[in-house]
Design a protein around this ligand. Sequence first.
Ligand SMILES: Cc1cc2nc3c(=O)[nH]c(=O)nc-3n(C[C@H](O)[C@H](O)[C@H](O)COP(=O)(O)O)c2cc1C
Length: 355
Amino acid sequence: MTEPLSIADYERLAEQRLGPGPWAYLAGGSGDEWTLRENRTAFSRWTFRPRVLRDVSGISTATTVLGKALELPVVVAPVAYQQLYDAEGDCATARAAAAVGAGMAVSTLATRSNEEIAAAAPGLLQWCQLYVFRDRGVTREQLAGVAAAGCSALVLTVDTPRLAQRERDIRAGFEIPADLPLPYARAAMGESAQNPAEHFKLLDDSVSWRDLEWIASESRLPVILKGIVTAEDAKIALEHGAAAIAVSNHGGRQLDGAPATLDALPEVVEAVDGRVEVYLDGGVRRGTDVAKALALGARAVFAGRAPIFGLAAAGEKGVRHVLELLRDELTLTLCLLGCTSPEEVTRAHIQRAAV
Ligand SMILES: Cc1cc2nc3c(=O)[nH]c(=O)nc-3n(C[C@H](O)[C@H](O)[C@H](O)COP(=O)(O)O)c2cc1C
């Protein structure tokens, strides 16, 4: 292949580079993978309503999330076990995100600690994703350290009380290498667990709305709830003081049959009515996808698989190029829509495609 020109090119390279187990884990979804496909298909159900003659000579993709500056409205989604894809693991991803001015949410199942990541990537907008362990002591310890480790918000994932059945992983016999560093999860799991499903048995499926308060107070950070797809839960989230909502179905990896996130976004945006920021993830592979999410009311998107395709294909350089592709494609999309910034993209720039 010539130089990769698109995220789809990086996806093909990643598949060639990775063994069948890690590839299955990265690319796959749950059940029949209906929601996985829907996340992508939903973007093609919307078309743009471009406006012309708007002086687009000066365009910036810069924005803010929770008051902090980003060069583009993109945060690298929390993705577990990143050392499976590159020897530098999460630190390579973090350096690339910092270089491009994207944010990064670090998984509880990260292969580097938040401190190591912050040291590797000065200036990075770094958030900490939280899975609550049954052993609350382990979670308390993680929470107590996150602010000092350089994280400015917590991303509590709420769609994973249990791990869904992912048949590709089972067929490929995917196992976590026993020596994979997992600074947060090892304390809860001991030495044995090598199967992702085993890791998730360590998580506390009794977590409820009542737990939000202690999570916020232990961490002393704003809490973003990741995994909401209904207006009802968005409203309850507001009542419990959520700082932001990430509309997510875990990239089609949890409840198969959950709606495409782009389809769920409008009802969450309407329910929230401007009181907190709303983010979206799932299927973002193009700058045009970012623009469609912005038009439907998202402040920013999380990108999960896309940067990890870059990581698997070409390490830090690959992640960086994937994020640059999203930035450059978004710049072009803004220009051709007649907008000079993410804020100028509105509901009037998009319509349901004719069927
Ligand atoms: C390999 C992989 C690992 C993931 N690990 C986590 C995780 O540890 N915590 C979490 O909240 N979400 C996790 N997710 C979900 C992502 O944060 C995100 O919601 C999803 O990937 C978005 O869809 P996309 O991959 O199409 O961009 C993971 C996703 C993938 C593909």
